[in-house]
Every structure is written in structure tokens, then in C-alpha cells.
Design a binder for this molecule. Structure first.
Ligand code: PLP
Length: 370
């Protein structure tokens, strides 16, 4: 079956053609070896590290390559909590499962975790965060951009507070990376993932500010500053760096323009509502249709070759309403009526047109059957 419209870019993105080529041409040898193929692999990895670092305004020895966003989140949270004094971590209820899962593990190990509430638009309360920090607090982990609502947390402001209070700050920047600029000065740890930016799956990075104490969560060789053992995924890392290079700051402007027109037309459907704030990341749009079962709508769209998500992909199997939409105060019913559309720089007007027409028709039909 042919894909008519792919609007699930927050789940994963298509690998860019240039990235495919870079992966194919990447050295295959083990970068830890001393012969020349090994040295070529080492050089390719060095260049890739430089490229990712310079995009962030970081030094290359502050970049640890991992297997993706999930591992970066786990390494940041478990690694920071285990290596530093204190037994309390602060996060938010709307975080990605990778962060919430790592926090649950810390609770199993006897640490305390505060899960901050958010307002109707998904923002944490800065005063509430500040007063939650105690002498026992070791780490604050608040995501940059929410993967379901597109909410952009004021992470630079949060970072300042953490710095002033002397606690570490981690941000899951998987959805915002390359789309939004971020001042790293107060950020100690930051997670990135390759497959959300047209790179390959199974590779990502953790930014670790110089001097940040972190414990490895896997044991083996001394790769990646001793923080991540295992022979490096050189082709994946080269592909990731190529994807970073291909992502231009101007992409966000064009994507946002497309999304705005798309949102306007979808919201013309009677009894539809927007989830998340008006001002949000360029590529995410979360809309509910009153009385409609989002899973059912998704299946009808799928039958027409239109790919979207009802909730985050990792929660897709569950019939539970999204924990993010619940946290912003939606009823179970409204949460189950909500669909996420996510765009990329490859999204076309035509795809959006097909999707609007299909949604109008299907929503009307499903309502007429009720
Ligand atoms: C996709 C995603 C992750 C997980 O990244 P993987 O590379 O798939 O492990 C983590 N956080 C956010 C916000 C995401 O959107």
C-alpha cells in the first residue's frame, strides 16, 4: 500500500537520502583498532562528534554517543542520581516514558521523585519547581519540547534556577533538537535522538557538560569517556551527524507555516479542539474531535494511506488515555478523542490537503453513525 500522507514524524522520520548514502559509505572497521581501517573509522567518528558538538555550541568531549533518546535519558537520570550526593529527583508528569521509567527505577532503588503537575497548556509552574528543590535534590529533569502537545518548556529559566540552587539539570531535547536553539550554559545533561531528525534509528547522544559527575549504566570497555561501553555504531553515528548537518534552522519556519494553515482547516471541523498552547514547536499538532474515538479515526485514515498517531507511539498498544493529555487536564473521553499530527521538512501541502479532506469526511461519517 502506498503512503499518501505521512504525518507521524514525532514517532519517527524517514531517513534522508543523503543520510542513507553517508551510512553506506561509512567505514566499517572497529574505531578502537590501530590499523588503518580502524583509524579511518576513528576519524569518521571524530568528525561526527565535532559536527554534533558544534551544532550545540559544545565541545566534542561533551558528546556521548548512545543508542538513542531512551538510553540518553536513562544514562542522564540514573547516572547522575547514582554518582552524586542526594536522593531526590524532580521531573514532570508529562515527560516521555523514557524519563518516567528511569525515575520509577530510582524509586525502586529508594530515591524520592517529585512529579510536577502542569497547567492546561502543559507548562510546569516555575515557583512550584523552585520550592520543590530541597537539600536532598540531586537532579531536575524537564523536557524541552513535549512530544504530544509541542509545549516548549522554559528550560533556560529552569536551568538558571537549578544552577543557583546547585542541583543538576537534565533536559530531554529529542523533539526540539535542530528545530529550536537552546542556550546550553545552565544545562548539565541533554538527550538527543537521530531518528527524529531523518537519521537512522538506534543512535543518539547525551550532552554531558564538562565536570558533570555521571555513573555508567552499562559495564564493559572504556568507550565514550567510560560512560558507554561497546564498539561504537560508526555508520549510525556518521548518519546521525549527516542528519544534523542537513537540518537547517530555516526548516522550522517553513514547517510552522504549513502547520498553521493545516491547523486552521482542521479546526473548521465542528466540535474540534486544540490540545497544547498556540505557541509551540513547529511540527506538532494535537487535535481532538468531540465524541470520536481517535483509534477508530486513525484506523480509517490508515486505510487511506494517511499515517498519524493517537497518543505517543510507545503508548499505542495501551487503551489507557495518554498520560500527557490527562496531565493537562483533559477528561478521559477528550483524551481518547485526540489525534497527533506531526510534520517534517518533507511534508507537502498536498499531503495536508488529503488529510484535512479525509478527516472531515470520516469524522462526519462516524458521527452520523452514533
Ligand atoms: C522519541 C522520543 C524519545 C525516545 O527516543 P528513542 O531514540 O526512540 O529511544 C525520548 N524522548 C522524546 C521526547 C521522544 O520524542
Amino acid at each position: 500500500m502506498e503512503i499518501k500522507a505521512y504525518l507521524d514524524n514525532a514517532s519517527t522520520t524517514k531517513v534522508a537520502t543523503e543520510v542513507e548514502k553517508a551510512i553506506k559509505d561509512a567505514p566499517w572497521a572497529n574505531p578502537g583498532t590501530k590499523h588503518w581501517p580502524g583509524k579511518a573509522a576513528k576519524k569518521a567518528m571524530y568528525d561526527a562528534r565535532q559536527l554534533v558538538a558544534s551544532r550545540l555550541g559544545a565541545d566534542s568531549d561533551e558528546i556521548v554517543f548512545t543508542s538513542g533518546g531512551t538510553e540518553s535519558d536513562n544514562l542522564a537520570i540514573l547516572g547522575a542520581a547514582r554518582a552524586n550526593k542526594g536522593n531526590h529527583v524532580i521531573t514532570a508528569k508529562t515527560e516521555h516514558k523514557a524519563v518516567l521509567g528511569a525515575c520509577k527505577q530510582l524509586e525502586q532503588e529508594g530515591d524520592k521523585v517529585t512529579y510536577l503537575s502542569v497547567d492546561r497548556n502543559g507548562f510546569i509552574d516555575i515557583d512550584e519547581l523552585e520550592s520543590a528543590i530541597t537539600n536532598d535534590t540531586v537532579l531536575v529533569s524537564i523536557m524541552h519540547v513535549n512530544n504530544e502537545t509541542g509545549t516548549i518548556q522554559p528550560v533556560e529559566e529552569i536551568a538558571k534556577i537549578c544552577k543557583a540552587k546547585g542541583v543538576l539539570f537534565h533536559t530531554d531535547a529529542v523533539q526540539g533538537f535542530t528545530k529550536l536553539d537552546l542556550d546550553l550554559s545552565g544545562i548539565d545533561l541533554m538527550s538527543m535522538s537521530s531518528h527524529k531528525i531523518h537519521g537512522p534509528k538506534g543512535v543518539g547522544a547525551l550532552y554531558v557538560k564538562k565536570g558533570t559527575k555521571l555513573a555508567a549504566i552499562m559495564y564493559g570497555g572504556k568507550h565514550e569517556l567510560g560512560l558507554r561501553p561497546g564498539t561504537e555504531n560508526v555508520p549510525g553515528i556518521v548518519g546521525f551527524a549527516t542528519a544534523v548537518e542537513l537540518a537547517k534552522p530555516g526548516d522550522a519556519v517553513a514547517i510552522k507555516k504549513l502547520r498553521c494553515g493545516f491547523a486552521e482547516r482542521l479546526l473548521e471541523i465542528p466540535d474540534s479542539f486544540l490540545n497544547g498552547p498556540e505557541e509551540r514547536v513547529c511540527h506538532i499538532l494535537n487535535i481532538g474531535f468531540k465524541g470520536i474515538d481517535a483509534q477508530e479515526l486513525m484506523q480509517h485514515l490508515d486505510a487511506r494511506g494517511i499515517c498519524v498517531s493517537a497518543g505517543a507511539a510507545c503508548a499505542e498498544q495501551s487503551i489507557e488515555p495518554s498520560h500527557v493529555l490527562k496531565a493537562i487536564g483533559l477528561s478521559d473521553e477528550d483524551a481518547k478523542s485526540s489525534i497527533r499530527f506531526s510534520l517534517s521538512r518533507y511534508t507537502t501541502k498536498e499531503e495536508l490537503g488529503i488529510t484535512v479532506a479525509a478527516c472531515k469526511e470520516i469524522v462526519e461519517k462516524l458521527r452520523s453513525l452514533q
